[in-house]
Ligand binder design. Structure first.
Ligand code: NAD
Length: 477
């Protein structure tokens, strides 16, 4: 079950490619530090070939009957479900997350392809009211070939969101998933190929990220960029896109606040918070991170949270007992260590964890910091790791002021049994997504995206399809 594929390849112009003197990237298992395989990286000639192929693919795919497009996207979903048990261990081996989470992520890709297979049929325009004999139409058309860059924390689901929506809209797509976690994305691409999506319509490349993005964005063939990743890289890509006035969707970082009011269901809130914070070792852009807890329940909350977190079993994600795996790469461990040490030095209390785990892998213990001073770096910078920060608050206005103080605005959460207070907080949080009394805010039919420096545009829902469509007004007399 766990045999990792060593013949990694990328897919352009209808062919799987490797070798031929191309540079390679070493794939490392983050739980063990062992080398798994070498990944071939596309060169400039490969990218030029992919661009010409994408231009052809757009003409072929946009002209394909929408029912046929939908049927092929459903077929991709079926194949993903059939192969999920084989793909999930590869995801765990190259990314680190526990096997159950990996399987859930793979199955979520099938749900995404199914959703967009249906949504493909709903690229509706409208007819404007005009005097008899005149007609004005508003049409929606696919924007053109897309370049999509997705990160290593959810390698298959984030690539699938972009690919399914672009293909549903009638666009062709060149996907560049992360180089750290290729086998699972190659397996999803194989499902796309086997489902009969035309070779030119969907391609998969790996490479040096800066080289690939500069090359693709500079091409007049590419009409839309979709990126999920860090705020600095998003800003860099936006500047590159400005030259060609390219349409973009930017899903960037967050630093999600969680406002816990005294009237919440405390036990339920603690259970949900401790289970959700350490999913994927906290490497989630919507991970609950800044817990603002009302004074009356502050002691009970911090005690109950630390008790639950200290029981989380950390280990290799392939081990059925592991509730949390390693961090995905060796950049993350020193980054988390530095943020925790800075907070500790400035007066934060370490209630759980606070140190690396053992072994050769990139392990860091599930960590809870309370009374974290506002001056700690981690209060301003997304830790993107297994670290929860807890601070007390007194009033509703104070909680909102703290929650909204950062330049990011992706997700925000609140726990209260008072419906009026829930409405007020949902209105006041400066974020793109709000979870009230729960953390489940991602679904194929729901828009997913942020405000402020967390980016713009949505993935998922009708908004996700719309982001690959352009609007054309036709006025007929
Ligand atoms: P990074 O900023 O170097 O890279 C983030 C992602 O962007 C990676 O997937 C990377 O391959 C890609 N990337 C980097 N430079 C690129 C370029 N020039 N063109 C195209 N793609 C490029 O950092 P990292 O070490 O990989 O991750 C660290 C930080 O990134 C985290 O702390 C987190 O804040 C953020 N991140 C966010 C998400 C998300 O879901 N929003 C996912 C992964 C990482």
């Amino acid at each position: 079950m766990t045999n990792y594929p060593t013949d990694l390849k990328f897919y352009i112009n209808g062919h799987w490619r490797s070798g031929d003197g191309r540079a390679v990237h070493r794939i490392i298992n983050p739980a063990t530090g062992e080398k798994l395989a070498e990944l071939p990286l596309a060169n400039a000639a490969d990218l030029d070939e992919a661009l010409l192929s994408a231009a052809r693919g757009f003409e072929i795919w946009r002209a394909t009957d929408v029912n046929e497009r939908a049927a092929k996207l459903h077929k991709v979903a079926d194949l993903i479900r059939q192969r999920a048990d084989a793909i999930a261990p590869w995801l765990t081996m190259e990314q680190g997350k526990p096997l159950a989470e990996a399987k859930g992520e793979v199955l979520s890709c099938a749900a995404t392809f199914d959703y967009f297979a249906e949504e493909a049929k709903r690229s509706y325009g409208r007819i404007l009211v005009r005097p008899t004999g005149q007609r004005s139409l508003v049409l929606k058309q696919p924007i053109g070939p897309v370049a999509a860059f997705s990160p290593w924390n959810f390698p298959v689901s984030l690539m699938s969101k972009k690919m399914a929506a672009a293909l549903a809209a009638g666009c062709s797509i060149i996907a560049k998933p992360p180089e750290e976690t290729p086998a699972c994305t190659i397996a999803i691409m194989q499902c796309v190929v086997d489902a009969g999506i035309p070779a030119d319509a969907a391609q998969l490349v790996f490479g040096v990220p800066d080289m690939v993005s500069r090359h693709l964005i500079a091409s007049p063939i590419i009409r839309k960029i979709s990126f999920t990743g860090s705020v600095p890289v998003g800003k860099h890509l936006l500047k590159l896109c400005a030259d060609g006035v390219k349409r973009t969707t930017m899903e960037l970082g967050g630093h999600a606040p969680v406002i816990v009011f005294e009237d919440c269901n405390l036990e339920k809130t603690l259970d949900l918070a401790a289970a959700t914070k350490y999913r994927n070792a906290g490497q989630i852009c919507i991970s609950p991170t800044r817990f603002y807890v009302q004074q009356g329940i502050y002691e009970a909350f911090t005690k109950g949270f630390a008790e639950r977190v200290s029981k989380i079993k950390v280990g290799n994600g392939l081990d059925i007992d592991s509730a949390m795996g390693p961090l995905a790469n060796d950049r993350r461990t020193p980054a988390i260590e530095a943020l925790v040490e800075d907070a500790r030095a400035k007066g934060a209390k370490v209630l759980a964890g606070g140190a690396r785990g053992g072994g050769a892998g990139n392990f860091y213990q599930p960590t809870v910091l309370s009374d974290v001073p506002a001056s700690a770096d981690v209060m301003d910078n997304e830790p993107f790791g297994p670290v929860a920060l807890i601070r007390p608050f007194a009033t509703f206005d104070e909680a909102i002021e703290q929650a909204n103080r950062l330049p990011f605005g992706l997700a925000g959460y609140a726990f209260t049994e008072n419906g009026r207070q829930a409405n007020r907080i949902a209105d006041a949080l400066e974020v793109g997504m709000v979870g009230l009394n729960n953390f489940a805010i991602s679904a194929p039919d729901a828009p997913f995206g942020g405000v402020k420096e967390s980016g713009f545009g949505s993935e998922g829902g009708p908004e996700g399809l719309d982001s690959y469509l352009v609007t054309k007004a036709v006025h007929q007399y």
